[in-house]
Design a protein around this ligand. Structure first.
Ligand SMILES: [Zn+2]
Length: 84
């Protein structure tokens, strides 16, 4: 009985590992579409150097450059730094 539970547990772990591997493989193949991949990309906040997923990052265009911040607070701090 315990062996059955152990095997079931291993199957679940294997399932999640395969799913993750498959998802990575799929992302590699579909890099022309790239939309969801881009949203999952980690971007660095230039102010506090925190890495945040692009989909939740605060994106600001400053001086023709696009910057990603962890919060609006950091975006404001960055703008203040730029203007001196
Ligand atoms: Zn920040």
């Amino acid at each position: 009985m315990y062996r059955l539970i152990l095997i079931l547990g291993l199957l679940v772990v294997l399932y999640f590992l395969l799913r993750q591997a498959f998802r990575g493989f799929k992302n590699q193949n579909l890099d022309n579409r790239g939309v969801s991949e881009d949203q999952d990309q980690m971007v660095e906040d230039p102010v506090c150097h925190t890495f945040v997923p692009r989909r939740i990052a605060v994106v600001e265009k400053i001086g023709g450059q696009t910057y990603c911040f962890c919060s609006r607070q950091c975006a404001v701090t960055f703008q203040n730094q730029q203007t001196g």
